[in-house]
Design a binder for this molecule. Structure first.
Ligand SMILES: Nc1ncnc2c1ncn2[C@@H]1O[C@H](COP(=O)(O)OP(=O)(O)OP(=O)(O)O)[C@@H](O)[C@H]1O
Length: 278
């Protein structure tokens, strides 16, 4: 079953007449339960594409764009769908900067993930039931941070905070997780833990994961499929094993990021059958 579908998504930020689009007619479909890496050089449109999926960014109005997630329309013709709140409840968006409330406990931060399901008043007052607290502790257990529940979020390392953000998405009962450069500011060990956590929830819970990554070797190690963008167009879309050295060089040119992971699998050189880079 299709979890995510984009058709004809074009996005131009500038209103100047000759401004170039950041995304150019993107058509993409992702199956439920897949784990997909969005790769490509800086500025190629990865984050912008991801933000279209949760309706944080709207496509151009005149391009006939449509974005659906889990069968619900998120945006159509550059307009947000009316019942976006319900759709967003199923989508966990994780950011490079974690977006936790540093002065609150780790547990409270995770509990906030369930806010879309409880009354605004109860949420504002910070009243949570024993059942909700148990669920939040279970989510923390899943990401290996249960013993940090009562610490302030700001006391945790970057990698730990990122895992709290993942626990918050679990508490939210998200069926799709969109992770925007979740390891960009982390050291290799923390990066591995975060990617392992994402892969674990993908495999065990069947949650669809789309993750933007700068380091191709992490994509190769943890993701099943790669979608590569260059200048706002999809230039590669296939099983991650199909992506070879030559294609990576073509994709990044002289901007190719360093490969950080010492455990990266050796890459097999396969045919260039799908790469459309000119
Ligand atoms: N809100 C915005 N207003 C204007 N331009 C924007 C906005 N957001 C992104 N852009 C521009 O769109 C282009 C694509 O940005 P985006 O962040 O999607 O790329 P990216 O591939 O995620 O890059 P990086 O890997 O460096 O994060 C860039 O040129 C960026 O400057």
């Amino acid at each position: 079953m299709t979890a995510i579908a984009l058709s004809r998504v074009t996005k131009t930020f500038s209103r100047e007449r000759d401004a170039s689009p950041v995304l150019r007619g993107i058509d993409l479909s992702i199956e439920q339960g897949d784990m997909v890496a969005l790769i490509g050089p800086s500025g190629s449109g990865k984050s912008t594409l991801l933000r279209h999926l949760s309706g944080l960014t709207l496509a151009d109005r005149d391009c006939g764009a449509e974005v659906t997630v889990l069968g619900r329309v998120i945006q159509r013709q550059g307009r947000l769908e009316r019942d976006i709140r319900h759709s967003r409840a199923q989508i966990g968006h994780i950011f490079q900067q974690f977006n936790l409330v540093g002065r609150l406990s780790v547990l409270k931060n995770v509990l906030i993930g369930g806010l879309s399901r409880i009354s605004t008043q109860r949420g504002l007052l910070g009243w949570f039931t024993e059942r909700e607290k148990r669920a939040a502790l279970e989510a923390l257990e899943r990401v290996g941070l249960r013993e940090f529940a009562l610490k302030r979020a700001s006391e945790l390392s970057g990698g730990q905070q990122q895992r709290v953000a993942i626990a918050r998405a679990l508490m939210q009962r998200a069926r799709v997780i969109l992770a925007d450069e979740p390891i960009a500011s982390l050291d290799p060990e923390s990066s591995r833990r975060v990617m392992q956590t994402l892969r674990d929830i993908n495999r065990r819970d069947g949650i669809t994961v789309v993750v933007t990554l700068h380091q191709v070797d992490y994509a190769q190690q943890y993701c099943r499929r790669a979608v590569a963008l260059r200048q706002g167009e999809i230039v590669f879309d296939d099983h991650i094993d199909v992506l070879n050295e030559t294609q990576i060089d073509q994709l990044y040119g002289s901007d190719q990021p360093k490969l950080h992971s010492p455990n990266a699998p050796s890459r097999t050189l396969l045919s260039d059958r799908r790469l459309a880079i000119a």
